[in-house]
Ligand binder design. Structure first.
Ligand SMILES: [Zn+2]
Length: 115
């Protein structure tokens, strides 16, 4: 199915293709602060309907992951990076998606403190 998502002010909107099998709750220094449950999908399943070039990227440490957020409302919409095989991936903040019942989604903790 197609999930629609956006930042708070609406400058950034996207659609994500696929079923949400589960989300990752990462405890690295930035995810811990943001508290966003992340749904990992191949980057090709993420399609912007508005403001693709709007999000600003924040990265730290090894700079392998781009943490993207709307510069107007500050909402973390998604992250981008590559998986261990080098495939482009996106990590969707499921709290930005419409109609998603977080209580019904399996949450997997991830020890990202070394990222
Ligand atoms: Zn915004």
């Amino acid at each position: 199915m197609t999930h629609k998502g956006s930042c708070h002010c609406g400058a950034v909107a996207y659609e994500v293709e696929g079923e949400i099998q589960g989300v990752i709750m990462c405890n690295c220094s930035i995810c811990h602060r943001k508290g966003a449950p992340l749904w990992f999908v191949p980057r090709g399943q993420l399609r912007f309907t508005k403001g693709e070039n709007v999000p600003k990227a924040y990265s730290f440490n090894k700079h392998v992951i781009k943490h993207l957020f709307c510069p107007t409302c500050g909402i973390h919409t998604h992250g981008e990076g590559t998986d261990p095989k080098g495939n482009a991936m996106a990590a969707i903040n499921v709290r930005c998606l419409e109609g998603v019942e977080l209580d019904s989604i399996q949450v997997t903790p991830y020890d990202g403190r070394k990222l």
